[in-house]
Write a protein that binds this ligand. Structure first.
Ligand code: A2P
Length: 322
C-alpha cells in the first residue's frame, strides 16, 4: 500500500483499519481478515477498551507468518482521565502490554485536547469532573511523552480532535513535533481550510467516520439533518461509473485529498472492499472531486459535548474550526 511520509521521516499507510465500537466477539477474526486483505495500519485507543483483542489477533498473524511487526503501523491514544503527567507512563505501559507487539507503539495520540479528573465518579464523566483545555498542562504532558519517544516506547507522536489553534500552540513548542491530527472527516464535514493548514505544515490528517458512520450512536445524530453517503445519488453515480462501491468512493476521495481514512468494519467482505479503495489502479477525476465538494455541509457528527466542562458550550470546544 502507498504511504504518506510523516514529519519525522516515518511512513504511514494511506488507509487504516478503525477499531472504535467494534463488536468484541467479531473483532479478533476481523483483524486477521484485515491483515489477510492487506491492511497494515491499525487505529486503536485505550478508550475503545479492546486493544488486547486487536493485539492478540496481530500477534497471531505475526506467528503465522502473515505479516512482520516492522510492516505494521499501530496507533493508540491516551484517554482524558490519564492526561496527568504521573499517569502517562502507567497508561502507556498498559497499552503496550495489551497490544504486545515488540514493546513499542508506532503512533501515540492525545485522544482529545480536553482532560478529565483522574478518577471520575461515573461515565459519561459529570460536567464538574471535566477539566477542559489547558495549554500549559498539555505541554507538560507532551514533554513527558517526548521522553517516551527518546527511550523508544513511542515512534511518533500526534493528537486527535485538536483545532488548528490548539495544535498550533503545541506545534510551536514541541521538540518532537506532532506528526498527525486525527479528525472527523467525510463529505459533509470537509474542512478544506483545516486540510490545507495541516498540509502546509506537513502534519498528516487521519479521518474518523470516513463513511459517515452509518451505524453511529444516537449521540452522533442531531435531528435536523442526518447525512448518509452510502446511498447518496452523487456518490452512487460516481461509484457506478468506476464499477466500484460507494464506500470505496468515499475512501478514495479521502486519500485523494491527502488524508488517511480509518474505516471500521467487522464484515469480512466489506474489509476486502474497503481495502480496494487504496488500489492505485483507479482514481477519481477532477470533475468527480468537484462534484463531491458540493456535499459539504459543515456537519459535525462527533460534537464533543461530553468533554465540555461546566459552563462551556460544545461549540466553543472547536475554536474557529467549528
Ligand atoms: P460493519 O462493521 O457491520 O461492516 P465509519 O468507519 O465511518 O465509522 O463506519 C463504520 C460503519 O460502516 C460500520 O457500521 C460498518 O459496518 C459500516 N461499513 C464499513 N464498511 C462498509 C462498506 N464497505 N459498506 C457498507 N457499510 C460499511
Amino acid at each position: 500500500m502507498a504511504t504518506f511520509t510523516l514529519l519525522d521521516g516515518r511512513s504511514m499507510p494511506v488507509l487504516g483499519y478503525g477499531t472504535w465500537r467494534c463488536d468484541a466477539a467479531l473483532l479478533h477474526d476481523s483483524v486477521i481478515a484485515a491483515v489477510k486483505s492487506g491492511f497494515r495500519h491499525f487505529d486503536c485507543a485505550a478508550m475503545y477498551f479492546n486493544e488486547g483483542v486487536v493485539g492478540k489477533a496481530l500477534q497471531l498473524c505475526i506467528q503465522d507468518g502473515l505479516v512482520k511487526r516492522e510492516d505494521l503501523f499501530i496507533t493508540s491514544k491516551i484517554m482524558p482521565t490519564d492526561m496527568h503527567v504521573h499517569k502517562l507512563e502507567p497508561a502507556l505501559t498498559k497499552t503496550l502490554q495489551a497490544i504486545g507487539l515488540g514493546g513499542y507503539i508506532d503512533l501515540y495520540l492525545l485522544h482529545w485536547p480536553f482532560r478529565f479528573v483522574e478518577k471520575p465518579s461515573a461515565f459519561p464523566v459529570p460536567e464538574a469532573e471535566r477539566l477542559g483545555y489547558d495549554a500549559a498542562a498539555i505541554l507538560d504532558i507532551w514533554r513527558e511523552l517526548e521522553r517516551f519517544v527518546d527511550n523508544g516506547w513511542i515512534k511518533s507522536l500526534g493528537v486527535s480532535n485538536f483545532s488548528r489553534k490548539k495544535l498550533g500552540l503545541l506545534f510551536a513548542e514541541a521538540r518532537h513535533k506532532p506528526v498527525n491530527n486525527q479528525l472527523e472527516m467525510h463529505p459533509a464535514l470537509q474542512q478544506q481550510a483545516v486540510v490545507d493548514w495541516h498540509a502546509e505544515r506537513g502534519i498528516v490528517i487521519t479521518c474518523y467516520c470516513p463513511l459517515g458512520s452509518p451505524a453511529r450512536p444516537p449521540t452522533f445524530r442531531h435531528g435536523d439533518k442526518d447525512p448518509s453517503f452510502l446511498d447518496h445519488p452523487t456518490i452512487l453515480s460516481i461509484a457506478q461509473g468506476h464499477g466500484k462501491t460507494p464506500a470505496q468512493v468515499l475512501l478514495k476521495w479521502a486519500i485523494a485529498r491527502g488524508t488517511v481514512p480509518l474505516p471500521k468494519s467487522t464484515t469480512a467482505a466489506r474489509i476486502v472492499e474497503n481495502y480496494g479503495a487504496a488500489d492505485p489502479a483507479w482514481t477519481l477525476t477532477r470533475e468527480e472531486m468537484e462534484a463531491m465538494k458540493a456535499l459539504d455541509e459543515g456537519y459535525r457528527l462527533s460534537r464533543g459535548e461530553s468533554y465540555a466542562p461546566a459552563g462551556m458550550e460544545w461549540t466553543q470546544l472547536w475554536d474557529e474550526d467549528l
